[in-house]
Design a binder for this molecule. Structure first.
Ligand SMILES: [Zn+2]
Length: 190
């Protein structure tokens, strides 16, 4: 096992060499290095403020898997987590949503090979390169792991309709009970 400390995922990783030495890389990186994770949710100044304190935890392992005496497969196992600030779709306040990605990739020698094997393979296929952008892969995988509708488990404030109409409860309390109306009609008959 080969351990290399790092903070940002490398942007030019020799995948074959990494797998051959059973390489392990992991680190804790600032969210500000992942602009695609915040650009949809926040204005640029808001995003940079938030992302200064938020960290992306990532981990990568290389594996050379022996298929037969003469054949090896190049694998990369990736994990990444971040508590991503997003806008809750119920109360519209910020929620720090735990986003977690975990995926294994098998590297093949060409785009054609990836296309021809893709239908049969359960794992994701990528094309082998000496300059693989692991940083972009971490960002891609976290983007894919973001829930479609981000929400608090329990929102910190009352529901929006009640907050917008302070008279809501008062009006309901002031409305006469139907039986009370009937009773007053009976009284008028006498
Ligand atoms: Zn909420």
């Amino acid at each position: 096992m080969h351990y290399i400390p790092a903070s940002s995922p490398p942007k030019a990783l020799d995948v074959q060499a990494f797998a051959s030495e059973n390489g392990v890389l992991d680190g804790v990186d600032g969210l500000e290095h992942y602009p695609r994770l915040t650009s949809d949710q926040f204005k640029p100044d808001e995003a940079s403020q938030l992302s200064a304190q938020i960290k992306v935890h990532w981990h990568a392992e290389g594996e050379l898997r022996t298929v037969s005496v003469a054949a090896h497969q190049v694998w990369l196992h990736l994990g990444a987590q971040v508590a991503l600030p997003m806008t809750c779709q119920r109360c519209l306040k910020t929620v720090a949503l735990p986003v977690e990605a975990k995926q294994s990739f098998r590297f093949v020698s060409s785009e054609q090979q990836a296309e021809s094997e893709d239908d049969d393979a359960e794992e994701d296929l990528l094309v082998l390169t000496k300059h693989f952008d692991l940083h972009a892969l971490v960002e891609d995988e976290l983007l894919l792991a973001i829930p479609m509708v981000p929400m608090h488990d329990v929102c910190p404030e009352p529901q929006v309709f009640a907050a917008q109409d302070p008279d809501f409860e008062l009006q309901e309390a002031a409305a006469p009970h139907p039986f009370a109306v009937l009773a007053s009609l009976k009284v008028k008959k006498h």
